[in-house]
Design a protein around this ligand. Structure first.
Ligand code: PLP
Length: 390
């Protein structure tokens, strides 16, 4: 009666392939979530998250739930009914930020940019000027729905200079591109484990600045979510040995995260970012040799999420089905207004490697040839090989 999943190569918008070392760590013996040895693992995990986020924020920990819960934790802790929040939207995840703000009883001030483009800094500046009473400005650093990177340093600086909090979604950013929480002066930043950390899904690293921590402790109303109330979570994840039961930590999942963060630290942040960039450029060389273009302008491209414009007259769903059936390869479809218009090819974490790039390019070529697209058979893979040997 056991369930055995197929062995796929995951090159979609997440989850990414999991490091074998992480899979092995998950199967280690479960111990109590208040065991002194487990507390040691929690402390080390916090330190390694501080390294990954490049922050000295004390309030840095993994929420015991996926990235969406990290998002919700940031909003419900910092925002109260009656507050207003500027949301810079340029893809799917801005919509969810809006939902969070509305459910709190706060007012979202939506500032929209076209999907496929970075958040417009001038529009952000104007919104801050027009809404000086807004409590926070929220945006997505790495928009997984479009493959776009926005200028988090500039946006957080604008917020800080205006006395507003910044809330940053870097679920897809962490480990793949630079995330510099302290240098940015960011206030609340959340991520996920199943993207560039190549850990299993289900945890959400978050970090709050001392300023954000003060806002949380001075709230006029209790946080509407009991589970995500950081004041309560700190009773378990806080400093010292006086940890009290809040919820049963996902013990084995945290072994996995600890292992994934160890791998990141062994590789080094800079090396990890450079690797993501290098494999992205190899993929791009192969795509271009097949006549396929990236949706996003070079300056705003995420190396870990490649949005590929789909040529006309192609059955794009058939391509994805064939990739899965014949090559055990998963890539992502477009979402929302980009559905049917782009594929999303992820090169995240340990999925970002030359073998995956070669597999994806060769398999994609086979699928295009299958639909009689006129391309030179073998040219795309040759372009990738040329890139890697250059
Ligand atoms: C994946 C993702 C999320 C949501 O994370 P889940 O783990 O699926 O809940 C949020 N924001 C962005 C930008 C993402 O890519």
């Amino acid at each position: 009666m056991s369930f055995y999943p197929p062995q796929r190569t995951l090159m979609g918008p997440g989850p990414s392939d999991v490091y074998p070392r992480v899979s092995e760590a998950l199967s280690r013996p479960t111990i109590g979530h208040l065991d002194p040895e487990f507390i040691r693992l929690m402390d080390e995990t916090k330190q390694m998250l501080q390294y990954a986020f490049q922050t000295e924020n004390q309030l840095t920990l993994p929420i015991s739930a996926p990235g969406s819960a990290g998002m919700e934790a940031c909003f419900v802790n910092l925002i109260e009914a009656g507050d207003s929040v500027i949301i810079m939207q340029n893809g799917v995840f801005g919509t969810r930020m809006r939902e969070n703000v509305m459910r709190i009883g706060a007012e979202p001030i939506m500032v929209e940019d076209p999907w496929g483009q970075a958040v417009d800094l001038n529009k952000a500046h104007d919104a801050i000027t027009q809404h000086p009473a807004a409590k926070a400005i929220a945006f997505v650093h790495a928009e997984t729905s479009t493959g776009v990177k926005s200028d988090a340093a500039a946006l957080c600086a604008m917020a800080a200079d205006a006395g507003m909090l910044s809330i940053v979604d870097t679920v897809t950013g962490l480990g793949g591109i630079e995330v510099a929480v302290d240098a940015w002066r960011a206030d609340a930043v959340y991520s996920g484990t199943q993207k560039c950390l190549s850990c299993v899904p289900g945890l959400s690293p978050v970090t709050f600045s001392p300023r954000a921590q003060q806002v949380i402790s001075k709230r006029s109303s209790p946080v509407q979510s009991w589970f995500l109330d950081m004041n309560l979570i700190m009773g378990y994840w806080g400093e010292g040995s006086q940890r009290s039961y809040h919820h049963t930590a996902p013990v084995n999942a945290l072994y996995g995260l600890h292992e994934a963060l160890s791998i990141l630290q062994e590789e080094g942040l800079q090396h990890s970012w450079a690797r993501h960039q290098h494999n992205h450029r190899a993929l791009k060389a192969g795509l271009q040799a097949m006549g396929l273009n990236l949706l996003v302008e070079p300056d705003a491209r995420l190396p870990q999420l490649n949005a590929v414009s789909i040529p006309d007259n192609l059955d794009e769903a058939l391509v994805r089905r064939q990739l899965l059936q014949d090559f055990n390869l998963e890539i992502g479809a477009g979402l929302g207004q980009l559905a049917g218009k782009i594929w999303r090819i992820g090169l995240m974490g340990c999925s970002s490697n030359p073998a995956n790039v070669r597999l994806c390019i060769a398999a994609l070529e086979a699928c295009l040839l299958n639909q009689d697209v006129s391309i030179d058979a073998g040219a795309a893979l040759a372009a990738v090989n040329r890139f890697y040997s250059a």
